[in-house]
Design a binder for this molecule. Structure first.
Ligand SMILES: NC(=O)C1=CN([C@@H]2O[C@H](COP(=O)(O)OP(=O)(O)OC[C@H]3O[C@@H](n4cnc5c(N)ncnc54)[C@H](OP(=O)(O)O)[C@@H]3O)[C@@H](O)[C@H]2O)C=CC1
Ligand SMILES: N[C@@H](CC=O)C(=O)O
Ligand code: NA
Length: 398
């Protein structure tokens, strides 16, 4: 019996993981490398873009897409679906429903010593997130931009970590913070190499960044708050319900995720209830605070116009002090503080001058990056960059 190639055999090519995979595919041992089975749940903005990015990878693809699921339909084929960028939507619409339990069992059946399986969750659903521990425990890797599982109660998060440790299946969530920007991987690398994090701070929301870069740009007047929220939503920056952005919850979730990514940070700043433990400033007018159901997203967005005069006053007051408004997040490890807040910055501050579009900017102040922080900046929302972060996580499994 021939022994399947071990990772060291790939390394001897002196190539990156994808190149090593391709080399092994071409070698006589290719049969041991079944393309990774990818199950995609959630085919909205990010999910749809991810499918197209996977289909655009050059051959031989390290992946075969075995399932596509919306909330109503599922396509499944253990050998890999035959998909094209122009036809998959119609194919999915014609597919029969499949219960998530049945899909989960089918995916678990595909796990084998030479066959990796990965569940990609592109929804913002808590119910889908609640499946991660059982998937991981059965050896199915989980990759997701969905923040729910990592930023809620400690219980689910602890079960995810325990299940992953037990089976060795990985969970990767780069796109949950800063979309495709290397934020989680940077933090992990800093800590894994022995650096000590003192403070992480910055603009963590693409939506809030877009809103305030345009609404509060240091000039007199400007567009109304409600109009810039509407455009942010049209551009695909907001959560499915924009209230999740304007409440500050999305930023609080990202702060919880970063804090939990590093066990030593968790011990300094415990967040037992996840993002709900993070002191957070909401921008939602009291009168709209009940419009939180998925069906009320349009009404919520439409009614923001009723409160534009209050936002105008905030902008004017800041401008009188020579300042702009920016929504920021801070994890101050030394002080034991974590918070999400709307703050004023002088018009010549980097947050006022260097941000555009949906840019995130995140500074890591560490022992090694002491005098000058390590800064990551770039688009922090939008389908293309978010799907890219998910795909880069997928490539880490190859
Ligand atoms: N957009 C962005 O810039 C970023 C998004 N993210 C995260 O990515 C995720 C997706 O965001 P986005 O694509 O913008 O949102 P969308 O609303 O466009 O897509 C979400 C999709 O999930 C589907 N869905 C919901 N529940 C289920 C379910 N139980 N099973 C299968 N499908 C389901 C919905 O479709 P239907 O109900 O019709 O089936 C919908 O199409 C979210 O978690 C978001 O926080 C992260 C970083 C950036
Ligand atoms: N709504 C979020 C999307 C990415 O996480 C944001 O605006 O940052
Ligand atoms: Na990221």
């Amino acid at each position: 019996m021939t022994t399947p190639p071990q990772p060291a055999i790939c390394l001897q090519y002196g190539l990156g993981t994808r190149a090593a995979y391709e080399a092994a595919q071409k070698s006589s041992q290719a049969s041991f490398y079944a393309p990774i089975a990818v199950a995609i749940t959630g085919v909205g903005l990010v999910g749809g873009e991810l499918i197209n990015q996977i289909l655009a990878l050059s051959a031989p693809s390290p992946f075969r897409i075995v399932s596509l699921s919306s909330s109503k339909h599922t396509l499944f084929s253990p050998q890999g679906l035959s998909l094209t960028p122009t036809s998959w939507k119609a194919d999915l619409l014609e597919a029969e429903p499949m219960s998530p339990d049945v899909l989960q069992r089918k995916l678990i059946d595909l796990v084998s010593p030479n066959g990796k399986v990965v569940f990609v969750d592109n929804t913002s659903s808590e119910a889908v997130a609640a499946r991660y521990p059982s998937l991981l425990e059965a050896g199915v890797n989980v990759i997701t931009p969905n923040k729910k599982a990592f930023s809620g109660d400690a219980g689910l998060y602890d079960r995810i970590v325990a299940a992953s440790k037990k089976s060795g299946a990985k969970f990767l969530n780069e796109s949950t913070v800063g979309a495709g920007l290397p934020i989680i991987s940077t933090l992990k690398d800093l800590v894994a190499t022995g650096d000590k994090v003192h403070k992480i701070e910055g603009v963590f929301s693409g939506t809030m960044s877009y809103i305030f870069n345009n609404f509060s740009n240091g000039q007199e007047g400007g567009p109304s708050f409600s109009s810039v929220v509407r455009v942010a939503r049209e551009k695909g920056y907001t959560e499915p319900h924009p209230a999740d952005d304007l409440s500050g919850s999305d930023v609080a979730r990202k702060l919880a995720i970063l804090t939990r990514t590093i066990p030593s940070l968790q011990s300094t700043i415990p967040l037992p209830q996840g993002f709900k433990s993070v002191p957070t400033t909401t921008l939602i007018p009291e009168a709209l605070s009940s419009l939180t159901s998925p069906e009320s997203a349009d009404e919520f967005t439409n009614r923001l116009v009723e409160f534009d005069s209050e936002s105008d006053k905030l902008r004017e007051d800041a401008l009188k002090d020579g300042a702009v408004l920016r929504y920021v997040g801070v994890i101050d490890v030394k002080e034991g503080i974590v918070k999400a807040d709307l703050q004023r910055y002088p018009k010549d501050h980097a947050f006022a001058t260097s941000l555009g579009g949906s840019d995130n900017i995140i500074s890591f102040h560490t022992e090694r990056y002491g005098a000058r922080p390590l800064i990551v900046q770039g688009a922090g929302a939008g389908a293309a960059v978010t799907a890219m972060g998910v795909l880069s996580d997928l490539l880490k499994l190859v």
